[in-house]
Design a protein around this ligand. Structure first.
Ligand code: SAM
Length: 254
């Protein structure tokens, strides 16, 4: 069994189990209001109360499924003596950000950001209790409460090397009021990424729909330009997962 299918099967079971366990009103709230802070606060509060000790909750799949996409890309971004700046956008209580911190042989500063203060607090308490050690002694890990439609209030322009987004844009795109926010988030990512940097969106949305959306939202003549690509992550129970890579391009003035 590949690392992908192993972790995906496990996460898939957990997501299914969590949805079944959750009160149906929460499931409805989640589906209709995935762009709302209060919905996610409730989700993480109820999820954490179900287990006596903290457990990471990973949407779609865990780090091992995408390790071979993230780690080689980080290697290509290394600049001498510099700490690579990584953002896990809408981190929830996923192990993705902490895993990058633990496994990167290059020094990284991983910021895990989420709109839900409940998720952020759970992760802060978890890493304090567990003492997660980095592969590189100069690496750093932090958790911040942040609305990712306002990334530029927290990060400088062209300051980040890599942004990972596992399920966050998907959550926004799936609810009526979230679509505008998803577009804003993408534009903010392109502002705060270095020219050599990339945004990786992990998603179950079909390339026919997502590529069109990305290409439309990431282009604004004279203002914004990006290259967009896709590769398959793998399949679970008939659902195919994808990695969309968005890379800022120089803007040609009109
Ligand atoms: C589908 S979950 C994915 C969580 C995590 N990335 C994972 O893989 O398990 C979507 C996450 O996005 C967060 N979120 C939603 N809107 C957000 C926003 N505007 N800014 C930051 N985080 C947001 C939610 O709180 C939630 O944790």
């Amino acid at each position: 069994m590949s690392p992908f299918s192993k972790s995906l099967t496990w996460s898939g079971r957990r997501i299914f189990a969590a949805c079944v366990r959750h009160h149906s009103s929460l499931t409805t709230e989640l589906i209709e209001n995935m762009d709302k802070k209060a919905t996610w606060d409730r989700f993480y509060t109820e999820n954490s109360s179900r287990t006596p000790t903290f457990e990471n909750f990973d949407w779609f799949f865990g780090f091992n499924a995408v390790r071979d996409m993230i780690m080689p890309l980080l290697q290509t971004m290394s600049h001498p003596d510099a700490v690579l700046q990584v953002l896990d956008m809408g981190c929830g209580t996923s192990a993705l950000g902490p895993s990058i911190y633990r496994h990167s042989p290059l020094p990284v500063r991983v910021t895990c950001a989420d709109i839900s203060p409940v998720a952020v607090r759970l992760m802060q308490e978890h890493v304090q209790a567990q003492a997660v050690w980095p592969h590189h002694p100069s690496s750093q890990l932090e958790f911040v409460e942040l609305d990712c439609t306002q990334l530029d209030e927290c990060f400088g322009l062209s300051s980040l090397d890599l942004i990972v987004d596992k399920g966050t844009t998907d959550a926004l795109l799936r609810c009526k009021e979230g679509r505008g926010k998803a577009g804003l988030v993408l534009k903010q990512c392109l502002k705060v990424l270095r020219s050599s940097g990339s945004l990786l969106q992990f998603s179950d949305e079909d390339p026919d729909a997502r590529l069109l959306w990305l290409e439309t939202e990431a282009q604004d003549p004279g203002v914004l330009a990006a290259d967009v690509g896709v590769q398959e992550v793998g399949e679970l129970q008939g659902v195919c997962y994808y990695c969309y890579q968005v890379t800022p391009q120089p803007v040609v003035s009109k």
